[in-house]
Design a protein around this ligand. Sequence first.
Ligand code: PEP
Ligand code: MG
Length: 759
Amino acid sequence: MLSVLRSIVQEVNAAPDLGVALELIVERVHEAMNTEVCSIYLLDPESNRYILMATKGLNPGAIGKVKLGHSEGLVGLVGVREEPLNLHNAPAHPRYRYFPETGEEKYKSFLGVPIIHHRKVLGVLVVQQRASRLFDEGEEAFLVTISAQLAAIIAHGEATDIISGLDFTGQKAKDICFKGVAGSAGVAIGSCVVFYPHADLNSVPDKECTDIDEEIAFFESAVESVRQDIRDVGARLASQLRPEEQALFDVYLGMLDDTALSGEVKNIIHKGLWAQGALREVVQEYVRHFESINDPYLRERAVDIKDLGQRVLAYLQKPDCGEQKEFPPETILVSEELTPSMLGEVPKENLKALVSVLGSGNSHVAILARAMGLPCVMGVVDMPIGKLDGRQVIVDGYKGEVYSHLSPELLSSYSVLVEEEEQISKGFDELRDLPCVTTDGHHISMWVNTGLMTDVMRSLNHGAEGVGLYRTEVPFMINDRFPSEMEQRDCYREQLEAFAPSMVTMRTLDIGGDKSLTYFPIKEENPFLGWRGIRVTLDHPEIFLVQVRAMLKASEGLDNLRIMLPMISNISEVEEALHLIYRVYHEVREEGVDVKMPPVGVMIEVPSAVFQVKEISERVDFVSVGSNDLTQYMLAVDRNNPRVASLYHSFHPAVLQALYKIVCDAHAAGKQASICGELAGDPGGAILLTAMGYDVLSMNAVNLPKVKQVLRSVSLRWAEDVLRRLLNMDSPQVVKSSLELALKEIGFEHFGRPFRHTA
Ligand code: PEP
Ligand code: MG
């Protein structure tokens, strides 16, 4: 059964549109289960009715005509109950509803299973038979399994068809909303620029070609270059291969012939599509064909075709490489998987927002977006990005939504919001030189998190009083090898000088998890629970020692350095790291560098460390909470996984209790407690953290003025009252909405949702 399942899923996955996918599903399920009827009903969200979309066995003329209310008939019952319904005599069931146009009166047995994607019922998959019998357990399990696997494909197919104007309800698409997760707050309106990694066939968009002959000549020259490459590889390997193995290169070359791939691509170019798009169409068709073949050897040929396609594509894209891609003034950068290097390709002033199909709000790309003050939506898995290139969209980074096919009403209401945000942000400039004190005189230090040099400028403009987290992995990530001691020293010096005499907290290299270096790949089953942060650097003292040496040397004459250790989960890690830091300190002094021993601190971001804050504090100068990871580890919710993003609650009562315990225990040991996770940059979070007694809130510079404005308008007593009430609540949602209400009561209605600064 497993191989049948797999081949159905593969085939359906490769279908060019929803219609074909649905037809394939009914055909194949009908065949695999040997039933007389298999049908799919999809729920139309506009009319809230199920529509018969495909059938094998019922009258095909009924397709699109049979429609049932959302709780009508047996299909409606399956949808409402969200579970399978297995009947040996369906017509006798009180909910049975007869449609003469289907001819289904002949069928007695009925098995219907809901098609559910992200908790939403998309439709119902039904099999029927003449004979009166119950479908057995195995059949039921098969249908449930196939429905679960196909749900995502159907959801994606629906979205793609709506975009292409093939909406199955026949209605004109309007304000199509793609749901993702909030990556960075703010709203933006602009044109999509789809960014695809070089030579990624799947992300090539559709485009018309203006000069067909020129396009064909261009394609032919790309194919010729690939041929030459393959011949070269063949010749290089000739001495190591047997003749029959060498013949494989001829097979490869044959696939590129005009009688095969090339000829078909040219046919499509003749119809007006550009070469890249035509290549994508043909390669995908071949791949679909090969992947659906049961023979494992032939199935593998799909890989060859894909490889050839990518090679040709690389040549088609190469002439563009040196050229600047066009970025309109209001660019919304969209990609299958947004990477930090992609952000760098767009001129800063043109980039308005980011959208990524993969990833989640807690991934580092999203953190980067927050640091840059760009609205960002992550994990928009059902968005067919190839169809959206050049289209106007709205990005709502508060709700984690992207809208296309905009109605004038939606466009105008979002334009007002964009304008409003710009107005509010202008008022922040006056706040810059004012201290962050509550109305009853309590001072809280407002520090910033940095990584890029652009953060530094923005931080200074926003009145940062220090750096609570400098993510040193950023300079490591933009390199293609470990940066040398000198390179690191120069880079750290820039940071230290920019903020001197304010303190700069430099975190030692925190790689692993979702942060990998291309030149030091870490492949693990479970990277967030694996080789990460201090675990890597203690295993590689040569990396750690060079980094600390560079930091110390960079601070000469400034003495505003603090060193911070990430991912500490036990005391011996602290002791080992301290030992190495002292060793470097003495060595550097012996070399004649005149530096003071910097304060050393530990990040509290693993639950075990929460319970050892006292012991840790006795050994170091400060602790700083990494609430992003602490939340992830306490709630066992991967911060990058969009499937569980709705379970990631920084206001979870357990997280709040932990945060409170950390500050109390650190203070009892006489040490400073700061926090540098995203929670500190949330106005509601900042109120709670201030009330708990945190000495330093470190956040991305974009959020600093907003948090400062809120804290300057409240009294510590009021904040403590709010905290007391909230600490007794048992649900994260209730905590969050109570906080929003509290903010609203003091006149910060807008601030319940975090908000973007556009400076
Ligand atoms: C954190 O985990 O809260 C933190 C500040 O570190 P990072 O986000 O870089 O893991
Ligand atoms: Mg962390």
